[in-house]
Ligand binder design. Structure first.
Ligand SMILES: [Zn+2]
Length: 93
């Protein structure tokens, strides 16, 4: 882990975004994060080999550099509220 990873994972992150539950069918998208164990929405999470990750939890475990290596379809699911402005800037570079 580099110093920039540590800085990014700690910087001004609010509470985790709530899953988007608009219809009863949306419960099918609820999954547990394999880092923090909290429930999230798989449409806004990274699907890793060992389970689903919130963006910020993925960064905490693997770092922003690793996140940048993921396919764009995975990165594009992440929200600003999840990973924060600093990590988002890194992804968009
Ligand atoms: Zn998590």
């Amino acid at each position: 882990m580099t110093t920039s990873d540590t800085r990014t994972s700690k910087q001004d992150l609010g509470p985790l975004p709530s899953p988007r539950l608009r219809t009863a069918h949306d419960v099918r998208h609820l999954v547990g994060c394999c880092v923090c164990q909290k429930v999230g929405d798989d449409r806004a999470m990274i699907a890793g080999v060992d389970g689903h990750y919130h963006g910020r939890c993925y960064i905490k475990r693997w770092g922003v550099a690793q996140l940048r290596q993921l396919p764009k379809e995975q990165q594009n699911k992440l929200t600003l509220g999840d990973i924060g402005p600093s990590a988002m800037r890194t992804l968009l570079r």
